[in-house]
Write a protein that binds this ligand. Structure first.
Ligand code: FEO
Ligand code: CA
Ligand code: CA
Length: 543
């Protein structure tokens, strides 16, 4: 039976899973298909403790039998006594057990950092009673309330969450709860701070485009500025592009600690930041540049991580080396102006483009191109497998050259050392009908080494994504006989993307965000849905 008829016969969800379980999809899997070294796992029998749900158009967050969700915070909810409100377009949830700094692991009381990725100007115009017919989008400065709503909708939130009487809720705790917005002063660190490349700035106004991110080893949040051209995209006046597109570090436990943008990690459309350690104890941060034909980066700090002093680590991300991946040669190339002739001689528009390291970091994409790095198909989330240290990267898609469904690529650093400048790689899961998952975006590992994956695509009844219906969340074993076989755990409401998967340490709660639902979780009094943070409970997440 050809696959199309097979899919029609079975219904795409189950069929795709059935096909994947034959092992066709996992090139280089432990079954020995494909090229390169086979997966070197322990053969642990990883599988899902839930029954996969079917693809659906249902306008709800659909979960397997026995699981339920609870909305903890939605756009506009008041989070503290100052009256600050939860921002829009929730993405990334980093859960910090409330006792983290004392080495604790509370799974029922914590603070969460949530990103707020982009504003929804049409919603705010509706709320402000601005008539879209007469709206002059080129002169946003004439709409100060609308501009202010946009600036306060982005950035991130720190919120205290606790589980009481079996239910998670947002606690109005002024000690922690606060907003970081496009108006919050943020200090630049590293080689580009104060440089000509950033117009001499050492402090910039706010953060925006906060997509995904990660957690540092010293319990701060890394928030990644992704799509940041707000003058072009939203008409913001007096906007300096070079002040955005960085990795931002926030201490959720100390509102008085300055927030930093670390220029040493480069400027591009940062999706997320996955931290690990090299064998000699330096910090490594893996990062994708989410744009078609852009690059995969890693930063390695000069200094080593200090596990006995939190304070000693706060400047680790200020000094180090930024590398970019060359897949053809299976090597990381240092973007180091002083020692790289390709950077020194690179010309753009007929002129020498880089004058110093600050230029290289501020225009890291150009630098990657100058040194011959490999352009990729929208490198989004990257995470390190806790079981074996291999590095998983989502390539969401690239319709420019026919990659509509994306894939997840697994990198193995040479000598199992994140400090190594050599690696091998293989496709872990191919998106599309082979696996049943499409356009992989955010990733999260559970403690057993299962990969949790959410999708980012926009299906209509009649486009290349139709059969996948609403975006979903999946768990994919990275070992054992279900290696590379996606199990669908969630399906988001109509129009939404499910983002920010993050498990509590006891793995009894899964945090998710529902971003840009069309009408679900409707804003009271309006016709549009509100993005929100949810908890999911009711059963095990792995076994
Ligand atoms: Fe904001 Fe690349 O997703
Ligand atoms: Ca994303
Ligand atoms: Ca995305």
């Amino acid at each position: 039976m050809d696959r199309r008829r097979f899919l029609t016969y079975m219904g795409s969800g189950t069929a795709a899973l059935a096909v994947a379980s034959t092992g066709i999809s996992a090139a280089g899997s432990k079954k020995g298909h494909g090229q390169g070294p086979p997966h070197k796992g322990h053969g642990k029998p990883l599988t899902a403790p839930f029954k996969s749900i079917e693809r659906t158009w249902d306008n709800d967050l659909v979960l397997p039998k026995g699981y339920h969700y609870n909305i903890v915070a939605s756009y506009g909810d008041v989070i503290n006594s100052k009256g600050e409100t939860f921002g829009d377009s929730a993405d990334l949830t980093v859960y910090f057990p409330i006792d983290s700094l004392e080495g604790g692991n509370s799974s029922e009381d914590g603070v969460i950092w949530v990103n707020h990725e982009f504003p929804e100007p049409e919603h705010y115009m509706n709320m402000l009673g601005i008539n879209p017919e007469s709206f002059d989008s080129f002169n946003l400065k004439n709409y100060p309330k609308l501009l202010n709503m946009q600036k306060e909708s982005v950035g991130g939130s720190v919120i205290r969450v606790t589980k009481e009487d079996g239910q998670w809720k947002l606690v109005q705790d002024d000690q922690y709860n606060r907003r970081v917005t496009a108006k919050t002063p943020i200090k630049l660190t590293g080689p580009a701070a104060g440089s000509k490349a950033v117009k001499g700035a050492t402090t910039v106004e706010g953060t925006l485009g906060n997509c995904s991110g990660g957690r540092t080893l010293w319990n701060t949040a890394l928030s990644c500025e992704e799509n940041t051209f707000y003058a072009d995209d939203y008409g913001w006046p007096n906007f300096t592009d070079e002040h955005y597109g960085w990795v931002v570090e926030v201490d959720p436990f100390n509102p008085n600690r300055p927030i930093h943008k670390h220029t040493a990690l480069g400027r591009f459309a940062h999706e997320n930041a996955a931290m690990g350690l090299t064998k000699d104890g330096r910090v490594v941060v893996y990062m994708g540049d989410d744009k078609r034909d852009e690059f995969f980066f890693k930063f390695i700090s000069d200094k080593t991580y200090n596990s006995s002093s939190r304070e000693a680590n706060f400047n680790l991300l200020e000094k180090g080396t930024l590398y970019v991946a060359d897949l053809g040669n299976q090597k990381w190339i240092a973007l180091d102006y002083d020692n790289n002739e390709d950077l020194q001689t690179y010309k753009k528009y007929g002129e020498t483009f880089f004058k110093n390291q600050a230029d290289v970091l501020t225009y890291a994409r150009d630098a990657a191109r100058a040194v011959g790095a490999t352009p990729l198909d929208r490198p989004e989330d990257v995470e390190i497998n806790p079981e074996d240290g291999s590095v998983f990267l989502s390539l969401t898609n690239n319709s420019d050259h026919g990659n509509f469904y994306g894939q997840i690529v697994r990198f193995e650093p040479a000598k199992e050392d994140h400090g190594s400048l050599e690696f091998t790689f293989q496709v872990f899961v191919a998106g599309g009908r082979e696996s049943g998952i499409t356009c992989p975006d955010n990733l999260h590992f559970d403690s057993k080494g299962n990969l949790w994956v959410v999708e980012d695509f926009a299906a209509t009844e009649d486009n290349v994504y139709s059969e996948y219906k609403n975006c979903g969340a999946f768990m994919i074993p990275t070992d054992g006989k279900n290696f590379g076989e996606p199990f669908q755990f969630a399906s988001g409401p109509v129009g939404s993307e499910v983002t920010g998967p993050w498990l509590t340490p006891d793995e009894r709660t899964l945090f998710l965000d529902v971003q840009h639902p069309a009408t679900w979780n409707q804003h009271p009094g309006y016709e549009f849905g509100r993005s929100c943070l949810v908890t999911v409970e009711g059963g095990k997440f792995n076994k």
